[in-house]
Design a protein around this ligand. Structure first.
Ligand code: TYM
Length: 368
């Protein structure tokens, strides 16, 4: 298993990650505390798809004592958005609605340029604004949502990033991110840019404001470093809530944009969705006869995981899908057909909202 901000490989053992990264599991006690404020629990919390955290209890203490928090999350624009990226953003949108929180959304075009040999900065910028359309399409609130690319907002970000950079040694960066002597120096500096939105609103408002960062666990190392440095600069440590990975359509691994067949992009056509889902790995048996006799295995099946992560939000109906697969009543063909229809109706609406987002993009974007 390998989980870094740039590579996720192998079978992910989430309990082991909790131990190795030093995060805390999300307990039913903390979920009840959230529910007290939100009135209900989002399915991503209920199902444990968001499974661990840092300082979420502290953030709730602050909230209960009258200090409201803001949200911060982001995207490295190396291509179009895939469905896996939406997972942290869907919970972020729910949190924005429930807590009436501002969202600061960072598009790290600099990161993708520095880490991807084939991507030039103009392409990263182009993808950044493509990705911004997906963010707006999810329905984040205008006037409370601030989206920016690192290069276009550098006037605000850079003066803060150098304060962070001054507190991080090369040996820390090497230990946390595995840099080598051959790594380019932009890569080594980059984590300071990703830490800035975790305190920039505090700088702007001239007082400390608690920050909550929803992300998938691969991005945690950046904030491990940021959480060490920020108190030294007089700011709160950001709280974090971590999600699991929506899996690849192939066997094992996470949905990753670097393998286009492993994922569904928000810009895919109905035909592309159909082809990718038909070609996907499943937990089905070798023949229909065997499937009927022995049943399938949803626990290893990415098609089932798609229902679980996004396309069946009703727990009772999800259980029915699970049980009918296990008992051999549901064939992989039926299951795939139904999923294709659900994904395509989701994407149809999303793509319409994406088109509309083009007209209001400038109302969300910050530049310096
Ligand atoms: P990036 O573009 O790799 O990913 C964007 C967000 O999506 C999450 N993610 C996934 N979640 C569920 N299932 C998957 N298969 C999956 N793949 C990716 C990532 O964890 C991330 O939350 N450097 C960052 C951009 C960034 C950022 C941030 C992310 C800047 N500031 C603050 C989170 C929080 C990046 O390249 O993300």
């Amino acid at each position: 298993m390998k989980v870094t901000p740039w590579e996720v490989e192998g079978k992910i053992d989430y309990d082991r990650l909790i131990k190795e990264f030093g995060t805390k599991p999300i307990t039913s006690k903390i979920l009840k505390r959230i529910e007290k404020h939100t009135g209900e629990l989002h399915y991503l919390l209920r199902r444990g798809i968001f499974f661990c955290h840092r300082d979420l209890d502290w953030l709730l203490d602050k909230y209960e004592n009258g200090e409201s928090f803001y949200l911060y999350t982001g995207r490295g624009p190396s291509g179009y958005t895939h469905l896996g990226h939406l997972i942290p953003w869907i919970l972020t949108k729910w949190l924005q609605d429930k807590f009436d929180a501002e969202l600061w959304f960072q598009l790290t075009d600099d990161e993708k340029f520095l880490f991807n040999q084939k991507l030039d900065i103009e392409d990263a910028k182009k993808y950044a604004y493509e990705n911004a359309l997906d963010i707006i399409a999810l329905g984040f609130k205008r006037g409370k949502t601030f989206i920016f690319t690192d290069t276009d907002y550098s006037g605000e970000l850079y003066p803060q990033a150098i304060k962070v950079a001054k507190k991080i040694t090369f040996s820390t960066a090497k230990a946390v991110f595995g840099f080598k002597n051959e790594s380019n120096i932009g890569q080594i500096f980059f984590t300071s840019m990703q830490s800035v939105p975790a305190f920039l609103p505090s700088v702007k408002k001239g007082k400390n404001i608690p920050c909550l960062i929803p992300l998938a666990i691969d991005q945690d190392p950046h904030f491990r470093v940021a959480r060490d440095v920020l108190p030294k600069l007089g700011f709160y440590k950001p709280a974090i809530i971590h999600s699991k990975f929506m899996p690849s359509l192939s066997e094992g691994g996470k949905m990753s944009a670097s393998d286009p067949q492993s994922c569904i992009f928000t810009t895919d056509t109905p035909g592309e969705v159909e082809r990718k889902i038909w070609n996907a790995f499943t937990g089905g048996r070798g023949s229909l006869k065997e499937q009927k006799e022995k049943g399938g295995n949803p626990d290893i099946c990415p098609i089932y995981q798609y229902y679980y992560f996004l396309f069946e939000q009703d727990d009772k109906k999800l259980k029915e899908i699970y049980n009918s697969c296990r008992s051999g009543n549901r064939t992989c063909g039926e299951c795939k057909r139904e999923l294709i229809d659900r994904i395509n109706s989701f994407l149809k609406k999303h793509q319409e909202r994406r088109e509309k987002a083009k007209k209001v993009l400038d109302k969300f974007i910050l530049k310096s």
